[in-house]
Write a protein that binds this ligand. Structure first.
Ligand code: F6P
Length: 313
């Protein structure tokens, strides 16, 4: 060890260094860094819930806020004092919150703790972030400049893109995000599929598409957590995730602004596609922060196949 830097750190590329080397603009770099660090605070909150699992309900005699609400508060506070964010929209808030002075460049969307109901099952959960310039409403292709997600699983990992590829980092035992995969690339065709909604609620076209995947020998991999399910496709370099239109809810379940746009941005940066079945996710105008959309996202072959099956309706 020398000058306070551990051997471990000396030979690793940390998040700040990678973003600097990749030429990410300074303010955006700082913002992404700030959000990644906030993931550690959110994880600390998740970790506290182990007291609850151990039977110590309300250990300090105070009402514990739901984890997704407290994650939202943590994130909002951190962004408020970053100096880079004008507006914040979160799945936990009914309206867009103005947190800056009105001159800042960035607009941030957050699903602070997606899949929080999985905490007591000890499955992975995550934070999903979209970063927009100028406005967060409208078409993602024009407004989005970056996206990231953090997974809280056996390891804490973070995948970000600032429009120059998608890169994965892992939080090491010294609390630093170190590069684990630069420029993640999806194969044109994968071998896993992840599909939401009940079979009895699927449309006939969607059912035929899933039957096609099954006949082709794709393996089912669905955890019920959007972040680990997308992470699996990225890290295994291929496959498809879909949460389709359902007979009773044609817009599906997942939210365009908080969940779908950021993941579409990341998957496209890794060479994949994200569509609602017809239109690219990043071409669908966001008119309402709660807007939902069906999604087919992942490797090109599977997503194009899904589009063909849906067209045949
Ligand atoms: O939007 C919340 C969420 O838990 C996602 O993380 C996940 O993909 C989806 O809902 C799971 O939905 P379902 O319980 O219908 O499978």
């Amino acid at each position: 060890m020398g000058e306070g830097i551990s051997d471990y750190t000396k030979f690793c590329v940390d998040l700040r260094r990678q973003m600097w080397m990749a030429g990410v603009e300074t303010e955006l770099r700082r913002l992404i860094w700030q959000i990644a660090v906030t993931g550690k605070y959110i994880f600390a909150k998740i970790h506290e819930s182990n007291r609850k699992l151990a039977g110590f309900k309300n250990i300090f005699g105070e009402e514990q806020l739901a984890l997704d609400k407290s994650s939202d508060q943590i994130l909002k506070n951190q962004l408020q004092f970053s100096g880079f964010v004008r507006e914040y929209a979160s799945e936990e808030q009914d309206t867009v919150v103005r947190i800056g002075s009105g001159t800042e460049k960035y607009f941030v969307t957050a699903d602070p703790l997606d899949g929080s109901s999985l905490v007591d099952t000890n499955l992975a959960i995550g934070t999903i972030i979209g970063i927009h310039n100028g406005s967060m409403m409208g078409v993602g292709k024009q407004t989005m400049v970056a996206a990231l997600y953090i997974t809280y699983g056996p390891l804490i990992t973070m995948v970000y893109s600032a429009g120059k590829g998608a890169h994965e980092f892992v939080l090491n035992r010294e609390g630093e995000y170190v590069l684990s995969q630069e420029n993640i690339r999806l194969k044109d065709r994968g071998d896993i599929y992840s599909v939401g909604g009940l079979r009895k609620d699927w449309t006939p076209e969607h059912l035929r598409f899933v039957e096609f995947l099954e006949e082709q020998g794709y393996k089912l991999r669905y955890s019920g957590g959007f972040v680990p399910d997308i992470n699996q496709i990225l890290i295994k370099n291929g496959g498809i995730f879909t949460y389709p239109a359902l007979k009773k809810s044609p817009a599906g379940k997942l939210r365009l602004l908080f969940e779908l746009q950021p993941m579409a941005f990341l998957i496209e940066q890794a060479g994949g596609i994200a569509t609602d079945g017809k239109t690219d996710i990043l071409d669908i105008p966001v008119e309402d922060i709660g807007q939902r959309s069906p999604i087919y996202i992942g490797s090109r072959f599977e997503v194009e196949k899904a589009k063909a099956f849906l067209r045949a309706s």
